[in-house]
Design a protein around this ligand. Structure first.
Ligand code: ARG
Length: 286
């Protein structure tokens, strides 16, 4: 039972919603108005790289079909979480889903603001491990380009933005209470990058996942509080103006001792680099 609940917590919003009959004991109530738990509403212009993934066919139209977040890293490339676009979640390979779209430039999902862009391609990281949650990213190629102003730079390995203690901001349309209250306006929360040893102690190998410092980072406040939550997955964690993480998993939302875990963007970069780069990562400054 604990296992099914734990796994439910790392599912995107729509799957979690189908499980509302199960009391979410893992998601202990946290302060209301939290992203994003403990957060605050923002305008899309404050984090214009934040996009919503949408499929009205699969997830219904009430919130424009939003089921995960994503982030624009080039005019035609969006990163999201692998677990958002896995076949088990979508019911079909992401590539074959006609109405899978990226919504950009929209603060309120209930408005017609911004644009909805179809996908030309969707690639799930073949090394994604659903047991540990490592390698939790997918690369979406858009059928039409976004404005350059919507693109955020990815922080390379060794970038000081990854240093523990750095202030970062996570944004998305996910659960704002940990109790299934899905926002229709974009929210953000301020979190701090936490030290790897602290993250490893928080997640030594439980049912929710296992902390792997090479492919993940964790962020929050040690005492709990601001955090991402269900429905925010795939969305951006930005520090010093650069993308350092993608919302991936956590045990509940905003709980003391259970920080949010993010896909480490430097590891995404390493994986995406041409094979010529080999398995060794350049150790510039690290
Ligand atoms: N897996 C969730 C999703 O699919 C995101 C969970 C993030 N949890 C956290 N406590 N930061 O939307």
């Amino acid at each position: 039972m604990r296992r099914s609940i734990a796994r439910a917590l790392i599912r995107p919003l729509a799957l979690a919603a189908t499980m509302t009959a199960i009391p979410l004991m893992g998601a202990a109530p946290v302060a209301a108005d939290s992203v994003v738990v403990g957060g605050f509403p923002i305008e899309i212009s404050q984090a214009p790289w934040t996009v919503a993934l949408s499929s009205r066919d699969r997830f219904g139209g009430t919130r424009a079909g939003q089921f995960c977040g994503g982030v624009a890293v080039s005019r035609t490339t969006v990163l999201t979480a692998a677990h958002c676009v896995a076949e088990e979640v979508l019911g079909a390979p992401a590539n074959q889903m006609r109405d899978l779209k990226v919504i950009a430039g929209r603060t309120d999902l209930l408005s017609g603001e911004g644009e909805e862009i179809a996908l030309k391609d969707a690639r799930v990281n073949p090394h994604y491990d659903a047991v540990t949650n490592s390698g939790d990213f997918a690369v979406l190629t858009l059928a039409a380009p976004l404005p350059q102003s919507a693109v955020v730079a990815m922080a390379p390995a060794g970038d000081p933005a990854y240093t523990a203690g750095t202030q970062a901001m996570v944004s998305g349309w996910g659960d704002t209470t940990g109790g299934g209250t899905y926002a229709h306006r974009l929210h953000a929360a301020r979190v701090r990058v936490l030290a790897d040893d602290l993250c490893a102690r928080a997640y030594p190998g439980g049912l929710d996942g296992v902390y792997r410092a090479d492919s993940m980072l964790c962020a929050g406040e040690v005492a709990g509080g601001p955090d991402a939550c269900q429905g925010d997955s795939g969305g951006p964690l930005v520090a010093s103006g650069r993308l350092i993480g993608l919302v991936s998993w956590g045990s509940g939302c905003g709980r003391p001792g259970s920080p949010g875990v993010y896909t480490r963007v430097s590891d995404v970069l390493r994986t995406l680099k041409p094979a010529a780069a080999g398995p060794q990562r350049p150790h510039k400054g690290s």
